[in-house]
Ligand binder design. Structure first.
Ligand code: BGC
Length: 350
């Protein structure tokens, strides 16, 4: 009896020791790797995805690479060392990130390419918007105001596959008009890092090179369009020459309300964030992903030498102009009335 009691006490003591040394079971970890936080959307999506994952009981590791592709690869590998099972990546450079993905996928870690393609068939999923349609709508929005003349093209960051998809869509609309001689492309530039200051400098050079003689600008997002508009304003062209953007940012929509930016593209990121975090959770649980369509890398990159397919999902995009910005952007709660109509005389009724 005495022996039994001693044994029972010993077992209890051991159990207590195990519990106190281990604490609660560790939460599974999911990584969020961002190219940068310069564009308005990324910090917002970081917050939404972190919130979703934490609410579902996950630990979240977040890193920002400040436009440094090598740093981003190191950060991805480091997240794996810290125990991340799934990593959601907004790639700075779709080629370079493929190296990190190939490496970590050998260790069983799953990577979701978020919004931007990572060019390897080793990604577990690619979720984004219909990026070619973004480009089509940018070109159409500008053409609705100016359908002929000298056009300037401002592409996005050349290392971002999306920049090429946007251009593909823009050219689907513009090329027939170029071929028929209605439109002449007088400048064609790509904005490194999608940086607004770079876009402003490029536009200053274009203004000089063309002697201000252009009729429309097809720019690829709000940040770069607003940078270009700064230079155009100094030259007296803002509000006179139509220009496109993308993202329906607060500043972009405000510029639309002012009559400077002609068109932006609403991509409802509030739908993309839960899609990505749901997939991440399914991957951590080892579940098979459903509702994704296999798409060939060759199609996604326009590079026939790329082999393999990736499971994809692309969400719908919406063209936003002065006529529908209130309804699509403000009434849907994507941006606030106060931000969109800041400093605007006679705004529409709230
Ligand atoms: C995104 C855009 C964004 C741009 C700059 C692109 O890959 O699709 O929404 O404006 O990157 O961050």
């Amino acid at each position: 009896m005495k022996k039994l009691t001693i044994l029972a006490i010993a077992v209890l003591a051991l159990a207590a020791l195990v519990l106190t040394s281990c604490g609660a079971p560790a939460k599974p970890k999911v990584g969020l790797s961002f190219s940068d936080f310069a564009t308005e959307r990324w910090p917002r999506e970081r917050d939404e995805m972190s919130k979703n994952l934490k609410a579902a009981g996950y630990d979240v590791l977040v890193q920002e690479a400040n436009h440094d592709a090598k740093l981003q690869n190191d950060q991805i590998k480091n997240m794996v060392t810290q125990g991340a099972k799934v990593i959601i990546v907004v790639a700075e450079d779709g080629d370079s990130a493929a190296t990190a993905v190939d490496d970590v996928s050998k260790k069983g870690v799953k990577v979701i390419a978020y919004d931007r393609l990572i060019k390897t068939a080793n990604i577990a999923a690619y979720v984004s918007f219909d990026n070619v349609d973004v480009g089509r709508n940018q070109a159409k929005g500008v053409l609705a105001v100016k359908s002929s003349g000298n056009f300037v093209l401002l592409g996005g960051s050349p290392t971002d596959n999306n920049a090429h998809l946007f251009r593909k869509g823009q050219m689907e609309i513009l090329q027939p008009l170029i071929d028929s001689g209605k439109i002449k492309v007088v400048a064609d530039q790509w904005v490194e890092n999608w940086d607004a200051a770079n876009a402003k400098k490029l536009m200053e050079n274009i203004l000089t090179a063309t002697g201000k003689k252009f009729d429309a600008v097809v720019a690829s997002n709000d940040g770069t369009a607003l940078g270009a508009l700064e230079a155009m304003r100094t030259a007296g062209l803002a509000g006179k020459v139509p220009i496109s953007g993308q993202d329906a940012t607060a500043d972009g929509c405000n510029s639309i309300a002012r009559g400077e930016l002609t068109v932006t593209i609403l991509k409802d990121t509030r739908k993309l964030t839960p899609l990505a975090t749901d997939l991440a959770i399914e991957l951590v649980k080892g579940q098979a992903l459903t509702d994704l369509a296999p798409t060939s890398l060759a199609d996604l990159t326009g590079d026939a030498s790329k082999t393999g397919t990736v499971p994809c999902k692309f969400l719908q995009v919406f063209q936003v102009t002065k006529d529908n910005v209130k309804q699509l952007v403000v009434d849907s709660g994507f941006q606030t009335y106060e931000d969109v109509y800041k400093g605007i005389k006679n705004p529409p009724a709230k």
